[in-house]
Design a protein around this ligand. Structure first.
Ligand code: FO1
Ligand code: 5AD
Ligand code: SF4
Length: 331
C-alpha cells in the first residue's frame, strides 16, 4: 500500500523588521519605529548558526512591508550600515547560504526588479494573496489591495520563482470570496507554473488589534475550505496548513499535503502565542500518513532548474541529506 505523504520544512524564522507600511486589522506583528524594530546582524547570524546546528534547511525572512516608507525607519536601518532593508536581506541570505540554509523571503510587496535581485540568493519566495475581497481589515493596508498582490505573484511567475501563496480565513471574506481567491491562484499557476503551495491559514485574534473580538473560523469551516482548495488547485500544488494554528490532527484528513515551515528554535513571530509542535509531534499528527521532510524549493522546480546557479551545490547537498534516513542533527 502506498501511504499518503505529508511534507514539512525545517526552518528558522527571522523577522528582520516589525516596521510596516500597512496596518492590517488582525496583525500584532507590526510596531512603530522604536528600539528593537530591526533585528541586529549579530542576532540574525546567531539564529542562522544555531538553526543550522539543529539541522534546519531553510531561513525564512518574513517582515513588515516597505518599512522604508515609514518616517524614521531609514535612520534606524542606517545605524546598522544599510540604506534599504532589501540590501540587508540580501546579505543575510548570503550568510544563510554559507551556513547551508536555503533562503525563503516573504517581505510583502516587491517590484519586478526587487524580486529579480532577491531571486539570485533565494531558493523560493512567498506572498499571501490573503483574499480577493475588499475587507475592512485591509482598509489601511495599500499593499493588501488584491490587484497589487496579484501583480506581484504574476511578476514572480515571469521570473520563474518557486512561490508560496495562500489565503487568510476569517478576515471578513465569504466562502464565495475564498473560492474566487483560490481560482485566481489556480489561474496564476496555469499561466506560470510557479506556485508550489497554497497556505490555508486561519485568523487568530490578537489582543489590542482591531479584530481582537472577531469570530474565528471553526474547524468544520476550515476543513471545507481545505477541501475546496484541493478541488480547485491542480495536484502539483500542495495545500499547506500551519500546524500550530488550528486542530491539525482533524484538518489533515481534509486534503492537506504540507505543514509548511516548522522551527525547532524560533517562535512563529506572527502568531507568537501558538508554539510549533516538535517534529515527533508532527509524526503523531499525520496519523497513518508518512511525514517527509522537504526543502523550500520543491523537487519539480529543482528538476526544471528554477534556481540561481549559486544555489546549485547547496540544493544538491541538502537534497541528499534529507533523503538519508539517519542524519544526526535534530533528526
Ligand atoms: O511564503 C510564505 N511563507 C510563510 N511561511 C513559510 C512557509 O511555511 C515555508 O517557509 C514554505 O513552505 C517554504 O518552505 C511561514 C512559516 C512559518 O514558520 C511561519 C509563518 C509563515 C508565513 C509565511 C508566509 O506568509 N508566506
Ligand atoms: C505572514 C502572514 O501571516 C498572516 N497573519 C497575520 N496576522 C495573522 C493573525 N492574527 N492570525 C493568523 N494569521 C495572520 C497573514 O496572512 C500574513 O500574510
Ligand atoms: S500582516 Fe504583514 S502587512 Fe499586515 S500589518 Fe502585519 S506585517 Fe504589515
Amino acid at each position: 500500500m502506498h501511504r499518503r505523504v505529508i511534507t514539512y520544512s525545517r526552518n528558522a524564522f527571522l523577522p528582520l523588521t516589525t516596521v510596516c507600511q500597512n496596518r492590517c486589522g488582525y496583525c500584532c506583528f507590526r510596531t512603530p519605529v522604536e528600539d528593537g524594530c530591526v533585528m541586529p546582524p549579530a542576532e540574525a547570524i546567531r539564529t542562522l548558526d544555531a538553526s543550522a546546528a539543529l539541522g534546519c534547511t531553510e531561513a525564512l525572512f518574513t517582515f513588515g512591508e516597505r518599512p522604508g516608507a515609514v518616517p524614521g525607519f531609514g535612520e534606524v536601518l542606517g545605524r546598522l550600515g544599510y540604506a534599504d532593508i532589501l540590501d540587508y536581506v540580501y546579505d543575510l541570505s548570503l550568510a544563510a547560504i554559507e551556513r547551508d540554509l536555503l533562503p525563503h523571503t516573504n517581505a510583502g510587496i516587491l517590484t519586478y526588479e526587487e524580486l529579480d535581485r532577491l531571486r539570485e540568493v533565494n531558493a523560493s519566495m512567498g506572498l499571501m494573496l490573503e483574499t480577493t475581497a475588499e475587507v475592512a481589515a485591509h482598509q489601511n493596508s495599500p499593499g493588501k489591495d488584491p490587484a497589487v498582490r496579484i501583480e506581484m505573484i504574476e511578476n514572480a511567475g515571469r521570473l520563474s520563482i518557486p512561490f508560496t501563496t495562500g489565503i487568510l480565513l476569517g478576515i471578513g471574506e465569504t466562502m464565495d470570496d475564498r473560492e474566487e481567491s483560490l481560482r485566481v491562484i489556480a489561474d496564476l499557476h496555469a499561466r506560470f507554473g510557479h506556485i508550489q503551495e497554497v497556505i490555508v491559514q486561519n485568523f487568530c485574534p490578537k489582543p489590542g488589534t482591531a479584530m481582537e473580538g472577531a469570530a474565528v473560523p471553526g474547524t468544520d469551516e476550515i476543513c471545507a475550505t481545505i477541501s475546496l482548495a484541493r478541488e480547485i488547485l491542480p495536484s502539483d500544488v500542495a495545500v499547506q496548513i500551519p500546524p500550530n494554528l488550528a486542530d491539525a490532527s482533524r484538518l489533515i484528513g481534509c486534503g492537506v499535503n504540507d505543514l509548511g515551515g516548522v522551527s525547532p528554535l524560533t517562535v512563529d513571530y506572527v502568531n507568537p502565542e501558538h508554539p510549533w509542535p516538535q517534529i515527533d509531534e508532527l509524526r503523531r499528527l499525520v496519523g497513518d500518513a508518512e511525514l517527509c521532510e522537504r526543502l523550500c524549493i520543491y523537487p519539480h522546480h529543482i528538476e526544471r532548474g528554477w534556481y540561481s546557479p549559486r544555489l546549485e551545490p547547496l540544493i544538491r547537498r541538502l537534497r541528499e541529506r534529507i533523503a538519508a534516513p539517519d542524519r544526526g542533527a535534530g533528526a
